[in-house]
Design a protein around this ligand. Sequence first.
Ligand code: SAM
Length: 237
Amino acid sequence: MSWRATVLTLFPEMFPGPLGQSLAGRALERGIWSLAARDIRAQAADRHRTVDDTPFGGGAGMVMRPDIVDAALAECADDRPAVFLTPRGRKLTQATVRRLAEGPGVVLLCGRYEGVDQRVIEARGLEEISIGDYVLSGGEPAAMVLLDACVRLLPGVMGAAESADEESFSAGLLEYPHYTRPAEWQGRRVPDVLLSGNHAAIAAWRRAEAERITRERRPDLWAGHGPELRQSDVRGG
Ligand code: SAM
């Protein structure tokens, strides 16, 4: 049974978009996952197919109506978690991606305008997820980010050559730097250890680089990385 993604959106024609290409696109063709983009506007009953209204309490912009969004969610409600993409949500992490990828799939609600009436978020128990501390004009690019991150973890999507075991966040660290041929380029040499053929030394160098980069760039990640795991502490670095 494939991993199922349903996206509720006012712009279904945006999908599959980039998800129809490369790794995710090939997995879609092979049936490892399925994607349905449903038009929220199909739930609107009036002549103008209205899905939004002005906010109670005043203020700029429009709000997506709870009855319309609820009807869209009801049509695809099953055992999958339902997620509302919003800058107010918990920030998407690799741990969340892993959890979602291990489940049966996901239903993603994409907001537009000022967002969605709070009551339907609560009534449906939607999990609120943000892809970062910035504001997009709609939830669709956020849905694509979340789906891309999940799909690449599904069994059979990545070959051995693209293993997720050593990449950023897999051990709570950012990844070490990569190098390929030529061994010297514009006067810059590949670190000698990578040419040494000494696998233990290479592993130690990569680990130390991952720790250095995480410490320098992401003190938040580094702080959550137990001292017992740190090679640099063991070496007194
Ligand atoms: N008024 C909202 C606020 O200040 O939090 C922003 C609304 S935004 C213009 C419209 C929609 O884009 C949101 O309802 C949400 O679905 C989506 N969106 C915007 N930024 C996002 C982010 N960082 N992560 C996930 N979804 C986002």
